[in-house]
Write a protein that binds this ligand. Structure first.
Ligand SMILES: Cc1cc2nc3c(=O)[nH]c(=O)nc-3n(C[C@H](O)[C@H](O)[C@H](O)COP(=O)(O)O)c2cc1C
Length: 174
């Protein structure tokens, strides 16, 4: 059993949902898990009191959240030392178009080279976007042959893949 910290970045909630799923699975496997939103880190958070850390972020305009890069930079030595993983959430993953340059930029900006990296497909949350974002995302969806029905949200996350990752991480920290 390990004490695990999950720090996530999320714009419309899909990475939060994935992070919560991983937390639930790790708890089921007997771990103690704290999950925090990277944009509003608790003042008393002490990452060094954890035995393993998972950092999750979503891609927005080809970049991960700045506050997640900042968390990784601040704690890069600890992340390098502990069992840790970086989880990426993007729509490109759904179409097989994940860009390794996003990860390379994250590594060069944060100084943390994650030993474990997983990329999961996110969601097209049309109902949560404002008008402009909805139109932009619809255009991108048209080009990439994703769902263009803006009257609903469309989830592309492969939950079996997320569960497999959580189980592998649980094995790593066991
Ligand atoms: C404004 C906006 C920009 C996005 N830019 C990208 C992008 O550059 N590449 C990509 O693969 N996905 C992109 N996405 C898709 C998101 O990564 C995907 O919707 C993900 O589920 C968002 O997770 P979140 O709700 O946790 O932020 C973008 C989504 C939005 C709304």
């Amino acid at each position: 059993m390990a004490k695990v910290l999950i720090v996530y970045g999320s714009g419309y909630g899909q990475t939060q949902k994935i992070a919560e799923f991983i937390a639930k699975r790790l708890r089921e496997r007997g771990n103690e898990v704290d999950i925090v939103f990277g944009k509003r880190l608790p003042r008393n958070l002490s990452p060094e009191t954890y035995e393993a850390i998972i950092v999750a972020a979503s891609v927005r305009s080809m970049k991960y959240q700045k506050y997640i890069v900042s968390f990784a930079r601040t704690h890069c030595q600890l992340l390098q030392k502990l069992p840790s993983a970086f989880v990426s959430v993007s729509m490109a993953e759904a179409g097989g178009g994940f860009q390794t340059s996003w990860l390379e930029k994250f590594i060069s900006d944060s100084g943390w080279k994650p030993a474990i990296f997983r990329s999961f497909a996110g969601a097209l949350d049309y109902r949560k976007y404002n008008f402009i974002t909805r139109m932009i995302m619809k255009k991108i969806a048209q080009k990439t042959r994703m769902n263009t029905d803006t009257s609903a949200n469309h989830e592309y996350t492969d939950w079996d893949k997320v569960k497999k990752f959580a189980d592998e991480f649980a094995d790593t920290v066991a």
